[in-house]
Design a protein around this ligand. Structure first.
Ligand SMILES: Nc1ncnc2c1ncn2[C@@H]1O[C@H](COP(=O)(O)OP(=O)(O)O)[C@@H](O)[C@H]1O
Ligand SMILES: [Mg+2]
Length: 578
């Protein structure tokens, strides 16, 4: 269908047109009063206060010339204002009900409150093009209909639940009946996404639902999660879970790498990674390390199996000084630097040969890999994350360009999706971080190579704005912090901004989904997890109670135990005489 403007000639707007028979079961909820403040808004008047919630979908109809069917121009309620009601005086009397007084004075309307509702036009839905905005508001007098469930099911989702490439994460919040919200996985995993919400609002729970969807038989994605709190191991329940079994024998793999399993080959670190891992480096030490690192790169060109000892040898070489007589003597900085490097060599995570986080180990379609990083220091987490992301990015690029052979650990012939929890730590605004550069690269170029990122943070105001602005799908939950609320305004497309007013009022599991993965921003309630959530909020009062119950039980046991031969110790002036 073409966005032909003649279709939308003013004279053909539904004003006065008989739509009976053209529309399936429209329920009229109000009448258009006129245009709104912006060119894309209109206002209508209604007495039906129950159907007109912010975020609810309504439409008006337009009949195209010579056509039997009406175009339904969908819009979303963005504001509502009470413009007429019973006189205030009636409400001042707490003894007699307002209705009784109203009846006494001869006021007999059932719904005396009148609302003016502002609607943002979304457009009419075209199967191929998505929503087309007619850029023309309805005439005064046009009827406004409540969009029915079937219509919303059809037009809100790019994919229907269960289809290949659909992630059914929940249902429309404002509808009692189940209107599914199914996201477009293709957009989600290639143009990146962000989950933004205050702590305890359900970010990790929602990420869990999304991962489940990605690993169901109709998606079979290759997913990696950086899990700094150890919350995602419960995904292992997917292994034997009936819902995840494919008719062809498919079952998702869940690979959990605990901190003990993580080994990074030192040669996969760059100079700045190593610098981050070494404590309190003086300027002189930094400059020697830098020189040593470059020497090593030259000596070991193309060779990726060098270790800390090789770097130490290079440090000695870099610190050599030549005295006035032309004799070489070692400088004074090398020993302290050597000591620091030796300490790094004893680290649990960095090794000369062992490497457990190569792309080949982490990624496979139908597999989710959980990289548990609890117990690992912030600096080490930064470096591990940077090294893994860098290698994965290189692997995707080089495989794409046919530069790696199938037996290579860097052979990565399929798109992958990587989720980073606590993303503000890995890409902080106005602060250096090991991961920021590689995250920026992946976010700006990853789409071309099929490397998608999902960033999760409770501090959207603290995350690098370049990084956040590259996430084309946003999942936003309850946020009360005004700084963080403000930072969202720029990230969310215009059609979703009015929904942001709802943020402080959202409760657990209620979410605004906006961006590339949906046809228009929606308010949604997240479905129940199929696997257990590993990050339950601790119930402190209950645990304190249990502590006492345990003690009471023990005390009772002791009291009820048969009295032993001698019950009291013998003391004389406080000194034991036994
Ligand atoms: N959609 C949901 N349905 C049911 N419980 C939820 C939902 N979302 C979150 N919760 C519960 O809320 C608590 C906090 O959720 P969590 O995802 O761990 O928060 P966050 O990661 O944002 O700090 C958990 O106990 C979780 O079980
Ligand atoms: Mg969490």
């Amino acid at each position: 269908m073409n966005a032909n403007n003649s279709l939308l000639d003013d004279s053909l707007l539904a004003n006065g047109t008989n739509l009976e028979g053209l529309l399936p079961s429209p329920r009229v909820i109000g009448t258009v009063k006129g245009p709104g403040e912006t060119g894309n808004q209109y206002v209508f008047i209604t007495a039906d206060n129950r159907s007109v919630k912010i975020g609810e979908f309504v439409f008006y109809a337009v009949v195209a010339p010579g056509q039997e069917t009406a175009l339904q121009i969908l819009g979303k309620i963005s504001a509502r204002c009470l413009i007429d009601h019973l006189p205030d005086r009636i409400f001042a009397d707490t003894e007699i009900s307002p209705e009784t007084i109203a009846a006494l004075v001869g006021f007999t309307y059932n719904n005396p409150e009148i609302y003016e509702i502002t609607v943002d036009v979304v457009g009419y839905f075209d199967l191929n093009l998505g929503f087309m905005n007619p850029r023309r508001t309805p005439n005064p007098g046009a009827k406004v209909y409540l969009a029915d469930d079937a219509m919303l099911r059809r037009v809100l989702n790019k994919k229907q639940p269960g289809e290949v490439g659909a992630a059914h994460i929940g249902s429309l919040l404002l509808r009692e009946s189940d209107v599914p919200v199914a996201l477009d996985v293709k957009e989600l995993v290639s143009t990146h996404m962000a989950i933004l919400a205050g702590t305890g609002s359900g970010k990790s729970y929602t990420a869990g639902v999304l991962i489940e969807e990605l690993l169901l038989p109709h998606n079979r994605a290759a997913v990696l999660i950086f899990d700094p709190h150890g919350e995602y191991h419960t995904l292992a329940e997917m292994r034997g879970h009936a819902a995840f079994q494919g008719s062809d024998g498919y079952a998702p793999k869940v690979k959990i790498l605990t901190p003990e399993d993580i080994r990074i080959r030192v040669s996969s670190l760059d100079y700045y990674d190593i610098l981050t891992l070494l404590p309190d480096m003086s300027d002189r030490q930094q400059s020697i390390l830098n020189k040593a690192y470059r020497l090593l790169q030259r000596h070991k060109q193309g060779e990726y199996r060098w270790g800390i000892q090789d770097l130490i040898a290079a440090v000695r070489e870099a610190d050599m000084q030549v005295d006035e007589e032309g004799n070489e003597k070692s400088g004074s900085s090398a020993p302290a630097l050597e000591w620091k490097l030796e300490r790094l060599e004893r680290s649990q995570y960095f090794h000369t040969f062992e490497h457990t986080v190569a792309p080949r180990d982490l990624f496979e379609p139908g597999q989710v890999t959980v990289l548990q990083m609890n117990e690992i220091s912030q600096e080490e987490q930064q470096v591990i994350c940077a090294a893994v992301l860098r290698q994965a990015n290189q692997a995707r690029m080089n495989t794409h360009r046919n530069l790696v052979k199938p037996e290579d650990e860097n052979f990565l012939p399929y798109p992958v999706f990587i989720i980073v929890e606590e993303a503000h730590r890995f890409a902080p605004a106005n602060e250096p971080s090991r991961c920021k550069a590689v995250l920026r690269t992946i976010l700006s170029e990853g789409r071309k190579f099929g490397l998608g990122m999902g960033l999760i943070t409770q501090r959207p105001g603290k995350i690098d704005s370049d990084v956040l602005s590259q996430c084309m799908s946003q999942f936003i939950m309850r946020i009360v912090n005004p700084v963080d609320q403000e930072s969202l305004k720029y990230g969310v497309e215009a059609a979703g901004r009015d929904l942001l007013k709802e943020l402080p009022a959202l409760t657990k599991g209620q979410i605004i989904v906006a961006g590339a993965c949906v046809n228009t921003p929606v308010l949604c309630k997240v479905r129940q997890r199929l696997t257990k959530h590993g990050g339950e909020t601790l119930n402190a009062p209950e645990m304190w109670q249990q502590h006492f119950q345990a003690h009471h039980a023990r005390d009772r046991q002791i009291q009820q135990a048969p009295v032993a031969g001698r019950s009291r110790s013998q003391t004389v002036r406080g000194v034991s005489i036994e």
